[in-house]
Design a protein around this ligand. Structure first.
Ligand code: NAP
Length: 479
């Protein structure tokens, strides 16, 4: 597919714009080739996009939710009809395997379907009054213009997880995707255009994140920022948004512990850990980062897990036999290598992998297992965001809880035990927004997704996911 020829423009007020601007080049991380380009716009265009969303808000929010949902359903259908096209763009600009990219398209579409339905269940409340001459009600209203800033690792799903609830709630939106993967986002907006959303309801701008982010947080017409990305940038946006008390949802970084206890079903634990750790080449916010295995099964787990890891084939995501694609860029590969070198220098052993797959010039790193790992190693403290599985030996449930919670992050955690009692007691003590119990893939549109501590604020997905796009208005009526 010739993606370069795709209409990679910006979309403001129902028009494709930005032809005259400098271009942002988008690279295929598997080959280094340019996949396509899109405009590099700045403050003025961002203001225009916000203005158009602001103007469109009045009419869009006045439609019945059934009318709004009809657009979402058309958009949902178009995404699924064009699954192969969208999946190919994801693989080309992000690197994940085509199989995973197809999965991401389904996952992305599921959020639109879920929130199209959930929009119909935005209920208010009637509060029993203390005064027979008064009626007390709670009304729900869309917050207004929303600015959505999204990362590169799930370029489709992180967008629909925000756009679905925002649009169903009656908000209008300006999207700013990652500069690494803007083409997927622009393609999704093309489907919005085809679905016939009224002009100004959805807008997209691409370019310098600092300038666009600054405008989105300073512009008084933007009432809410919804961001998925690193904790570092999340904190910056929180500071910027504080000046106007903008509503904020932050889906940030993670450092997920995987706890495997000695009564675990080892087959299940190995398979689920493989799924959690190596999906997207280890570049997911909820992927297992640090694996704690109880001493009684430590050696067996390391051996069986490593055998599975050795079967993974590294290569271009377009190749049907590939299990692990490239990392997003050379800086990402360098970080992974630094984490491995740091661990080895502090006494860890490389069981398998531990090197660049094809040489330092490429973005591929071999899936790696480290044993004899200790808590002071970088891999056990910072997001590695790559295919490295460090395994530390633990002795007790209490130690597992303490080590798991010893991180500033609190996004996802995994526990493997066949004991209802141990699992319940441990999970009750874990400070994480998402827990997979004998499950390495807990995320689903109908479930709340989000973190505690420095992993963020708010939840996406589930019935909770639409709340963040609604204001609560209490109305007291004197009869
Ligand atoms: P990132 O560097 O924080 O970038 C995320 C987005 O923010 C991009 O669109 C980026 O634009 C933009 N951005 C960067 N600096 C900005 C600024 N000063 N003002 C406004 N926007 C700015 O994160 P990433 O590397 O793309 O994504 C990986 C991170 O996302 C990881 O930490 C991962 O854990 C996290 N993540 C979290 C979740 C979750 O649900 N909790 C899901 C997926 C990923 P440019 O690309 O143009 O710079």
């Amino acid at each position: 597919m010739n993606v370069v020829s795709m209409k990679a423009l910006n979309y403001i007020n129902g028009e494709w714009v930005g032809e005259e601007h400098d271009r942002l080049e988008v690279f295929n991380p598997a080959s280094g080739e340019i996949v396509g380009t899109c405009p590099k716009v700045g403050r003025v265009e961002t203001q225009l996009a916000v203005d158009s969303a602001y103007t469109a808000f009045s009419e869009w929010s006045s439609l019945s939710v059934y009318e709004r949902v009809s657009y979402l359903k058309k958009w949902h259908q178009l995404i699924l009809q064009n699954k192969e096209e969208l999946a190919t763009i994801i693989t080309l600009e992000m690197g994940k395997t085509l199989k995973e990219a197809r999965g991401e398209v389904d996952y992305a579409a599921s959020y639109i379907e879920w929130f199209a339905e959930e929009g119909k269940r935005i209920y208010g409340e009637i509060i029993p009054s203390h005064n027979k001459e008064k009626r007390m009600q709670v009304w729900k209203k869309p917050v207004g213009v929303v600015a959505a800033i999204t990362p590169w690792n799930f370029p489709a799903a992180m967008l629909t997880r925000k756009m679905g609830p925002a649009l169903a709630a009656g908000c209008t939106i300006v999207v700013k995707p990652s500069s690494d993967t803007p083409l997927t986002a622009i393609k999704l907006i093309e489907y919005c255009h085809e679905a016939g959303f009224p002009k100004g309801v959805v807008n997209i701008v691409t370019g310098s994140s600092a300038i666009i982010g600054d405008e989105l947080t300073k512009n008084e017409k933007v009432r809410k920022i919804t961001f998925t990305g690193s904790t570092e940038v999340g904190k910056k946006l929180m500071e910027q948004a504080a000046h106007q008390m903008k509503r904020l949802s932050l889906e940030l970084g993670g450092h997920a512990p995987i706890i495997v206890l000695d009564d675990a079903n080892i087959d299940k634990a190995v398979q689920a850990t493989m799924a959690s750790k190596f999906r997207n080449a280890g570049q997911t916010c909820i992927c297992g980062n640090r694996i704690y295995v109880q001493s009684g099964i430590y050696d067996e787990f390391v051996e069986r897990f490593s055998k599975e890891v050795q079967k993974l084939k590294v290569g271009n995501g377009l190749d049907a036999t590939t299990d692990i694609g490239p990392l997003i860029n050379s800086a990402a590969v360098q970080k992974v290598n630094e984490h491995v070198e740091d661990a080895v220098s502090k006494g860890a052993s490389i069981v398998t992998g531990g090197v660049y797959a094809y040489g330092k010039e490429d973005n591929f790193y071999l899936p790696t297992v480290l044993s004899n790992v200790k808590s002071d190693m970088l891999v056990m403290r910072e997001e590695t965001f790559g295919p490295v599985a460090p395994i530390q030996k633990i002795t007790s449930d209490q130690e597992a809880i303490e080590l798991a919670n010893s991180s500033p992050y609190g996004l996802a955690a995994y526990v493997f035990t066949e004991s209802m009692s141990r699992g319940t007691k441990i999970i009750e003590k874990l400070d994480f927004g998402i827990v997979g119990w004998n499950d390495g893939a807990p995320s689903a549109a109908q479930a709340p997704f989000g973190g505690m501590k420095e992993s963020g604020i708010g939840r996406e997905g589930g019935h909770q996911g639409i709340e963040d796009f609604l204001e609560t208005q209490y109305v007291s009526i004197a009869l």
